[in-house]
Each structure stands twice: as C-alpha cells, then as structure tokens.
Design a protein around this ligand. Sequence first.
Ligand code: ADP
Length: 404
Amino acid sequence: MDCLRLSAGKSRELRIFHINAMDAHGPLNDIDRLRQENSALRARLADLETIVMRMPVPIAISEDPESNRIEVNPAFAALLGIDPDQNASLTEESAAELPFHVYRNGKPVAGSELPQQRAYRTGREVHDELEIVRDDGVRYFIYGSAKPLFDEEGRVRRTFSAFVDVTQRKRAEKALEESMQALRNANEELQQFAYAASHDLQEPLRSIGSYAQLLQRRYAGDAEASEYAGFMVDGVARMNTLIHDLLIYSRVGSGTLRRRPADLGNALQWALLNVERSIKEHKATVTYDALPELIVDEGQMSQLFQNLIGNSLKYRGELPPLIHVSADESEDEWILTVRDNGIGIEPRFHQHIFGVFKRLHGREVPGTGMGLAICRKIVESHGGRIWVESDGKNGSAFRFALPK
Ligand code: ADP
C-alpha cells in the first residue's frame, strides 16, 4: 500500500514503480493495462525529450521528412544564434530570417544540401563537417551526422542530426598549418640565401687564390713571405671546400628532389666510381648485397653513399678498410647499412656528428664537417631517418631508413 500511496507523487520514477506495484497486486483489465502502458510510454518520451533538450551537444530533428521544419535543442540554438522555438531549416522562405549561413570547405551550402536534407534524399546516414558563420561575426565548425528515421513501410518519416563543436580543433589545425607554411617559407628563403651566398663567395675567393699564388711565386726566394703566401693559398683552398660543401648542402633536399623509381644498386655503383682511387689507394674491400628499387632521387642517393663510403675510407683503422653495404626490409621501409671496420665513434657523439660543420677531428684529417649533415638532409627530405651504431672501438654502422 505504501507503494500505491507514493505513486500519487509527481516523480516519474515513482509512477513507473506504481505500474509494477499494481502488476504485483493482482490482474488488471486490458484497458487499465493499456492506459498504464501509455502513460509510462509518455513519461519515457518526456524523459528522452528532457535529455535531448538538456544535452550540451547540438541536436536537430525535423518535423517532416523533407526537413522543411527543423527543431533544434538549446545547445544548437545558442550556437546558431536563434531562438529554440525558431525553425532552423534553411528553406527558401525561412533562410532570409535566419541569422547564419552555412559553409562547407569555404563554399556556401544551399538549404537542400544540408546533412538532414541529404539523409532524407539518400535514405542513408550522412556525415558532414560544416562551418556556421553568424551575422554577428561568430564562427563555429561542427562535425556530425544526420540519420533518417523510417516508418513501418520503410519511408523516411523525419531526420535527426547530432554534431560536435570542433571549432577549437579546427583553429589549432589552422594555426599549425600556418606555422608549418611559415617554417617552409623561412626554410626555403634560408636555402636560397645559403645558395646565393656560397655561390657569390666563390668569385672573390678565386681572385684571392690567384693573387696568393702569384705572390708565392714572386717571393719564392723570401722564406717568410712565401710562408705567409702559402698560408693564404691553404686558407683559400679550405674555404673553397667549405663553400663547395655548403653549396651541395643548400642544393640537396626537398626543393630539388627528382624522385622516380631508381635502383639503389646503381646509385651505389656511381658512388664507388667516384671513390675508386681512394679505394685502391687504401687497399679497401667494398662488398654489397642486392639493393632495392625505390622512388628516390638517384643522384642524391649516390651522393649519400659517396659521403658514407668516403668517410669509411677516411676514418679507417690500422687494418685495410672493409666496407659492406646491406639492405633490410621491414613492413613499411628499407633500412640500408654502410658498415666499416674503422676507428668507430663514441656513443656520446652519435647525434652531434650529423650537425652542420660538426667534426670530431682537427686539421690532421681533411674535412668540413658537412658530409653527414648533407646525408641527413638527403635522407630526411626523402621522409627517412639516419643514425649511427658504434661502440667507439669496433667500426661503425651508418644506417638509414627510407619509406617504401
Ligand atoms: P668530415 O668528414 O668532413 O669531418 P662528416 O660530417 O662527414 O664531416 O663527419 C663528421 C664527423 O663524424 C667526422 O669528423 C668524424 O669524426 C666522424 N665520422 C664520420 N664518419 C665516420 C666513420 N665512418 N668512422 C668514424 N668516424 C666517422
């Protein structure tokens, strides 16, 4: 009895409890049962409506199949800048009164092309990302879907849509894209500057070099003067190599890539041809496995092998150099390895040596510190990565991964 008394209260939960209680207290006639089921159903509908209305998610439901009249919940109304009772459908008659316009990928969207109208026409769920531009200047990006709801004969009865406000995400994406573009521009400018600067430096350097040689010859009898002139000649030669490497560095990379299917074996052969003299001179042995064909800039790949093999010869140990080039395949990339039996590199320098003008040796070994920086630029512009493995004693393995 307690239960029955409570059921007279306003709470819906209690009314639902009421039905169960009546069931438990004996048979009901059909009309009573129908009445109670009906009222429970209405209560449930009211609950669902409350949920939809209170959800902080933009929701819209059409009152007719064609979506000529669309009702929105308060969250959607606030986003559109309209009254919750207003018809939100962008039909020819109502569009003029609505204080917003809809865009997709920056282009205006006609009322007939909105997700709910498309869901009605196609009979399918339609996913869409839209930009809402209000007359007061506020903009929102929403992402979501519209779904047709069918009657018993399978005809679209009305359509329903729910969205999420993705404005923050879109703004973050836009900001990221803008800074990426700024970075690309700055990078390109820097590249052009490095190229122009190094190119223009060659001309005056050539004349300094020629006059230094002239002085050297003229004062061949004066030990001190010819020693100074000799320093100048050496300096000019060093500067020439630096400029040459800087020019290569500014030329390789994404801006200049000519990618096409290329056999890395060919690229290796070209590289070996260029270091042939040094291989013979140091009695080096170079062996290699079959190398894959990849979509790369063959010339730059050849430069890469040449720098790595050149280093293996330059940083050789006591024994004649043994160099092996191998290729390993993983699911989405090829890893190439140039392994040598040279002096090795201590782990603490493994990152450092790929930097511009970074070297671990003085004048006793010629070099500019640009070779590995060039390698890194080539590999990274192909979407790959390069690293070295060495314990600092037993040779080095320079490895680079290239996407398939
Ligand atoms: P460079 O050879 O002109 O000095 P790199 O950029 O080619 O410049 O190399 C940077 C440094 O990395 C070198 O100075 C050398 O100390 C070290 N290095 C490069 N390759 C090897 C190698 N195969 N074995 C040992 N050390 C190496």
